[in-house]
Ligand binder design. Structure first.
Ligand code: ZN
Ligand code: ZN
Length: 147
């Protein structure tokens, strides 16, 4: 059975990390796969997924705390806060660190707290625009037979 030589794996992984770092969109494995195929035409989705997980496990990248939908990856491994659009699942970085005093919470008996993960939930500008267009007031104006 053919296996990848370690050097080749490393080169591939570097290309993957490079693609991941270029995007600020927190892509899914599928999205990274579609982008990276221009540079690595023979790579499989499975290999992309495995390598993304490896990059996250080694701390070079991070997996976003799971929300709805497929897992999303971030080429920026530094701790930072995300906002997720409730309509389309799009994720963006939030500047600054919201103040959460997790020292003030009382953990269940036997638990120790090391930190916290926080994700803000909202609506992205694209979905907000789409919603405005679809609102009944606007529809009345836009329907051609009502003009
Ligand atoms: Zn959205
Ligand atoms: Zn991020």
């Amino acid at each position: 059975m053919a296996t990848d030589k370690p050097t080749r794996m490393t080169a591939r992984r570097r290309v993957l990390l490079d693609e991941l770092r270029r995007s600020r969109a927190h892509p899914t494995a599928d999205e990274v796969y579609r982008r990276v195929r221009r540079r690595l035409p023979t790579i499989s989705l499975g290999t992309v997924y495995r390598n993304l997980e490896l990059l996250a496990a080694t701390g070079a990248a991070q997996v976003l705390p799971s929300g709805e939908g497929p897992r999303r990856y971030d080429g920026d491994a530094r701790p930072h806060v995300h906002i997720r659009c409730q309509s389309c699942g799009r994720v963006a970085d939030v500047a600054g660190e919201p103040l959460v005093d997790w020292h003030a919470v009382a953990p269940p008996a036997g638990f120790s707290i090391f930190g916290y993960r926080l994700e803000l939930i909202g609506v992205c500008p694209r979905c907000a625009r789409r919603k405005r267009k679809r609102s009944p007031e606007n529809n009345k104006e836009e329907l051609p037979w009502q003009r």
